[in-house]
Design a protein around this ligand. Sequence first.
Ligand code: SAH
Length: 361
Amino acid sequence: MATEIRPDIAELELPELEQALADLGHPRFHARQVYQWVHKRGVTDFALMSDLGRDLRAQLASQFAILTPRVERKERSSDGTTKLLLRMADGKLIESVYIPDTPAQTFCISTQVGCAMRCAFCLTGKMGIERNLTAGEIAGQVRVLARELGMLDARFNIVLMGMGEPLHNYEATMKALRMLADEHGVGLSPRRMTLSTVGVLPALERLATEPLMPNLAISLHSTTEDQRDMLVPINRKYGLKELLDACRRFPIKRRERITFEYVLLQDVNDTPEDARRLVRLLHGIRGKVNLLPLNEAAGIPFERPSDDRVNRFARILSEHGVTVSVRKSRGRDIRAACGQLITESSRTAAPGKRLAMLMGT
Ligand code: SAH
C-alpha cells in the first residue's frame, strides 16, 4: 500500500482549512470553496475545483491529499439496504450502510476498524479493535455513501451505529460531527445525527458539555448488573446504575428523548420480569425503548425470540407508559443488520495479534 505523506485535507475543519490557506498566502474565503468541494460535492481531485484559480489548485495538490474511502464492494439487499465495504488509505476495511425509508433515509457510519467492547451478541466485537478511524474517515463515509447512492443533494440522517464504539474514539467522532454539521459542507443538523454508545462514562459526561449535541442512544440490553457484566463487558467498569444516573443528568434537548436500545435474547433478557425491571429502571428518565430482536449469526451463542415473545415484552413496556418500538431488521440477507458488520481482513487476523490489539487500547 502506498503511503501518503501529504496531509489529508479532508481531515481539516473549516477554521483549520482557513488557517492552512492563509499559511500558503491565500485569502481565507477560498477555504469555504475547497470545503464545499470536498465535503458537499465529494470531489477527490483538486483539478476539478473549477472555481479556484489554476495556481491555487496546483499548490493545494502539491501540499495536500484528499483521502477518500475507496469502495471495494457494494451489496444491495432485497429491501434496498445497501452495504459498502470501504478500504481506507492504509488498506484497512470497514463497512457503512444505507438504510432507505425508515421513514427517513439513514446512513449508518462506523467509527473504528473493529470494536474493543466485545458485547457477547455482536459480530463486530469478535473482531477486536484494529484502530480508530480519523475524523476524515468517519465523515468520509458520508461523502462516499451520498455519492454512490446519488444522494449528494438529498436529505438524510446519520447514525453512528456501524462498526466501533464512538465514545471510545471521542475526539475523532466529535470532530467528524462538527465537520458534517458545517453549513459549508453537508450542513447536517445535529438533530439528524444519532450517536449510539454502550456508555463509556467519562466520555458520556464529556459529551454532555458539547456545544454540538447529537441525539443519544444507549445500548442498555440488560436490567441487572450481573447480566449486563456478561452481555456488555464494559459494564464491569461503568455499571448500569452509574450509566442510568448519567442519563438522568444528561442535558436532553427540548422534546427529545434518549433512546435505550435493548437487544432481545431468547430466555436470557426477554422475560416479563425483565420488561418490568426495565420499566422501573427508566423511571424518571426522558427516554424511549428500541427493541432489537437478535440478528442471529454463526458464533453468536444466543437465539432470537419469537415474535410473540417480542410483542409480549413490548406490550408490558407500553402498558406502563414507556414508549417502545421494535427495530425492523434491515439488510439481513447481505449481513448489513445491527451487529453483523465484520470485515474480512480481521476475520483472518491471528488470534494472538487480535488479543494484542485489544490490550493495546
Ligand atoms: N458501539 C455502539 C454502536 C453500535 S450500534 C453501541 O454499542 O451502541 C449497533 C447496535 O446494534 C447496538 O445497540 C448493538 O448492541 C446492537 N447489536 C449488536 N449486535 C447485534 C445483533 N446481533 N442483533 C441485534 N442488535 C445487535
